[in-house]
Ligand binder design. Structure first.
Ligand SMILES: [Zn+2]
Length: 129
């Protein structure tokens, strides 16, 4: 594995899956995580950052509803221990590889998405990353 924090990706994806069905403020309902990914897109490039010691996850999961364009956040429901491990590994990855925090979080987010797509059998052709 290229980065240490990647080993928690399966857990992250499982914790995301548990939060469905979910409804957007426009009324659009996402039955499951697969439907959510297929019907939302990444917002315009953002500056990603670790907000405080406990939460990087909301940043990882922000997407825009394709129906109304509002931003929907899904929380990462990792338990506290895993969260702490994830954050420590992210910090290590950033340090060891000498990557900017923002840049690394984009890499991690892309990896979470691409793993989720593989697991959920989502065709990459007509959906953006
Ligand atoms: Zn919506």
């Amino acid at each position: 594995m290229k980065y240490k924090s990647f080993y928690l990706i399966d857990k992250i994806i499982d914790s995301l899956k548990k939060q469905f069905p979910k409804k957007c403020s426009c009324g659009k309902e996402f039955k499951d995580f697969k439907e959510f990914i297929e019907n939302t897109s990444l917002p315009a490039p953002q500056n990603l950052q670790i907000f405080d010691c406990d939460d990087v996850h909301e940043v990882l999961s922000l997407r825009n509803c394709n129906n109304c364009n509002s931003t929907i956040a899904i929380r990462c429901a990792l338990d506290d221990i895993d969260k702490k491990v994830l954050l420590d590994l992210i910090k290590e990855d950033i340090k060891i590889n000498n990557i900017e925090e923002d840049e690394f979080l984009q890499i991690l987010r892309n990896e979470v998405l691409s793993c989720a797509k593989k697991k959920l059998n989502i065709n990459n052709e007509n959906s953006q990353k």
